[in-house]
Design a binder for this molecule. Structure first.
Ligand code: NDP
Length: 445
């Protein structure tokens, strides 16, 4: 990295000790900025880089709640309001035991550039808690969400900060969170949260959007080589919201997804994933991947290793950060995988990213490939503000156009800065310059 950029990175490490995921996310963006700063040195003036890596506001709070047996538990809540240059802070809430300040900060930082790429006037933020919804009753999840929102409600609003879901936060949790917000405020501010149910302000296609968008991005990358997804074998990780709808769109486009996973292992189904069964197990029963295997002859559960051991043409990591390392990347490449599109945020380690870029395959980083989720959240805000509701086809058409536009912006920026086909550089450069130009216009704030 250039000296000026390296200095910013060192300051981030010194100021945010132990937050390795945040360091990793910042380093990846700053490395991409070398050619941008070389061509436009004014982006390094007035401490713009130092400002962009420092959250505007960090909120951390106690979340006490009572379980079904009457025992009191205390979790920690977070909301990082990272950058509001382009609009209200926007980004999901994650409920997972691994959540800490560094994880939320990395996600919030990525979100700035992702949201910028969508070109929809949304800033970057992220939040969550180390609460684990697995194994909790609906009543326990509700009491936790009510306690969490009691504090969070002071900080959010339709023009201030608009959270959505992420790992461990789906339709059920958004419902409980919205109910408590409405009760505290005595105001039906539908635009304060996205990912809402269809009967109370939600948007069609929001549930499908992240997974669909990831696959549409892969399809756009393939189109640059005159290819399509038709007939391709696909490995997917995860079996949550993003994974399920990535599988659905891949199937619609003629590909055959053959794997999915959760934290208990991965499933290989060479005949192609039975999506109805997967939805029944995961969305309805909230079960484990083993429940799929017990009802699906010919499929098998692997509890050691990762889906990346299975030979495929396309890999879609859709579970969590750093779930695909250098060795996994080498395995994928050796077995002929030529397309990787990230549904999850930062699922590939730096070594894996280097291997993909070195091999010159079609590799899309999460901040570009999974932006369909937040883009459709912004469409949900638009419908809430206009008190209107679009049909499925209209919302999907808008998502498709936004993903194509993000793809083309990445391609154009990669070419402008001298590395055609490098979607990492393209996404970071295109996302950064839009935010940076507005930060400059707003002065030193
Ligand atoms: P869900 O909670 O719906 O699903 C997460 C899936 O990943 C589950 O199958 C879960 O398994 C698995 N998983 C999570 N953590 C781990 C872990 N540490 N080890 C192994 N498996 C794990 O979340 P989403 O599908 O919403 O999110 C998946 C990814 O996509 C995340 O990186 C998220 O940030 C990203 N993303 C999500 C968006 C959205 O709109 N929802 C938008 C953009 C990005 P288990 O149940 O066993 O934990």
């Amino acid at each position: 990295m250039q000296d000026v950029v390296e200095k910013v990175y060192e300051q981030v490490v010194a100021r945010n000790r132990g937050e390795s995921e945040f360091h990793q996310a910042v380093r990846e963006v700053l490395e991409s900025l070398d050619p941008v700063i070389a061509k436009h040195p004014h982006y390094a003036e007035d401490a713009l880089l130092e400002r962009i890596v420092e959250p505007e506001r960090q909120i951390m709070f106690r979340v006490p709640w009572v379980d079904d047996a009457g025992a009191v538990h205390v979790n920690r809540g977070f909301r990082i309001e990272f950058n509001s240059a382009l609009g209200p802070y926007k980004g999901g809430l994650r409920f997972h035991p691994s959540v800490n300040a560094g994880i939320i900060k990395f996600l919030g930082f990525e979100q700035i550039f992702k949201n910028s790429l969508t070109n929809q006037g949304i800033g970057g933020g992220k939040g969550g808690s180390d609460f684990d919804p697995h194994g909790k009753s609906d009543a326990e999840v509700m009491r936790f969400c009510q306690s969490f929102m009691t504090e969070l409600s002071r900080h959010i609003g339709p023009s201030t900060d608009v959270p959505a879901g992420d790992i461990g936060v789906g339709g059920r949790e958004i419902g409980y969170l919205f109910g408590q917000y409405k009760r505290l405020r005595n105001s039906y501010d539908a635009g304060v949260l996205t990912g809402k149910g269809l009967a109370w302000g939600g948007s069609l296609v929001r549930t499908e959007a992240t997974g669909y968008g990831t696959v549409l991005f892969a399809q756009s990358m393939l189109a640059t080589k005159g290819q399509t997804l038709e007939g391709k074998k696909v490995a997917v990780s995860g079996s949550g919201n993003v994974a399920i709808y990535a599988i659905e769109k891949a199937q619609q486009l003629g590909a055959t997804p053959i794997t999915f996973s959760d934290s208990s292992g991965y499933v290989v189904d060479e005949a192609g994933v039975d999506l109805d069964l997967l939805k029944q197990v995961k969305e309805v029963e909230r079960g484990r991947v083993a429940d799929y295997v017990s009802r699906r002859p010919g499929s098998r559960l692997v509890t050691e290793g990762r889906p990346w051991d299975v030979p495929v043409d396309v890999a879609l990591p859709c579970a969590t950060q750093n779930e695909l390392d250098g060795d996994d990347a080498a395995t994928l490449l050796r077995q002929g995988c030529a397309v990787v599109a990230e549904g999850a945020n930062m699922p590939s380690t730096p070594e894996a990213v280097e291997a993909f870029l070195g091999a010159g395959i079609l590799y899309a980083p999460g901040k570009a490939a999974n932006a369909g989720g937040v883009a459709t959240s912004a469409l949900e805000m638009e419908q809430n503000a206009g008190r209107t509701r679009w049909d499925f086809a209209t919302a999907e058409e808008k998502l498709t156009a936004i993903m194509a536009d993000i793809h083309d912006s990445c391609v154009a920026a990669a070419e402008e800065y001298g590395r055609p086909g490098d979607y990492v550089l393209g996404a970071n450069a295109a996302g950064f310059t839009r935010v940076a130009d507005v930060m400059i216009a707003h002065g030193i704030v």
